[in-house]
Design a protein around this ligand. Structure first.
Ligand code: HEC
Length: 196
């Protein structure tokens, strides 16, 4: 009798359990969207995101940026995460995102993130579908650079060769057009620890 009661209760619960599983996916995607936003991924991996105060449509999110960050580590480019997510399984993404990277990728933050958040992020990015082109390849220190780049090392005001851009939105929206027009980022902070 007891067994029968348990069986009956389980059967009654089945539709409820089924409904919960089906609705878990959108909630997870919503979570991933939130983590991507709060994680600042768009600040670097989406062209024009900061310049438009985050107003870009999701269709343009995380498609990579062909403007590099130049420092003692060479020149790095924020990868196209939309294409990356398409070719990785969730487990591969979860492992890869925790690997040590060159600046300014905050790879250490990915290790501090919960497993559930890293996976939700993958599901959200994958749900956006593939878009855009691959970011340029990493350039080693001293090798010729063929793209625009942002000089990402502290500059002393006396030696800065290019003045920081005007803070007006219209000027800020323009990305540097050639390697010669690289923006000098003046960082009034202590130098970062280098990761090679
Ligand atoms: C401050 C800029 C910046 C931010 C913020 C940032 N990234 Fe990156 N990311 C980069 C750069 C630059 C690289 C390339 C690093 C290299 O070449 O070693 C990179 C590389 C990566 C890679 C490696 C790509 C590959 O081919 O394996 C992944 C994955 C990644 N970022 C995901 C993220 C996610 C997810 C977030 C948000 C939670 C994020 N990044 C935030 C700049 C950034």
């Amino acid at each position: 009798m007891k067994t029968l009661n348990v069986l009956a209760a389980t059967l009654l619960l089945l539709p409820v359990l089924g409904a919960r599983t089906a609705s878990a996916a959108p909630a997870e995607i919503q979570r991933g969207r939130y983590v991507v936003r709060m994680g600042g991924c768009n600040d670097c991996h989406t062209a024009g995101y900061s310049e438009t105060n985050g107003a870009l449509p999701e269709s343009q999110w995380l498609t990579g940026v062909p403007v590099g960050y130049k420092g003692p580590w060479g020149v790095t480019y924020p990868a196209n995460l939309r294409l990356l997510a398409q070719k990785l399984t969730e487990d591969e993404w979860n492992a890869r995102i925790q690997l040590e990277r060159r600046p300014p990728m905050p790879w250490f933050t990915m290790r501090a993130m919960s497993d559930a958040d890293r996976r939700a992020m993958y599901r959200f990015i994958r749900s956006l579908g593939p878009a855009g082109a691959m970011a340029p390849d990493y350039v080693a220190p001293g090798a010729p650079v063929k793209t625009p780049f942002i000089l990402f090392v502290p500059q002393s005001p006396a030696t800065a060769s290019v003045a920081p851009q005007s803070p007006t939105p219209s000027a800020a929206v323009k990305a540097p057009q050639s390697p010669e027009l690289a923006v000098v980022v003046v960082i009034a902070r202590r130098p970062r620890r280098e990761v090679s």
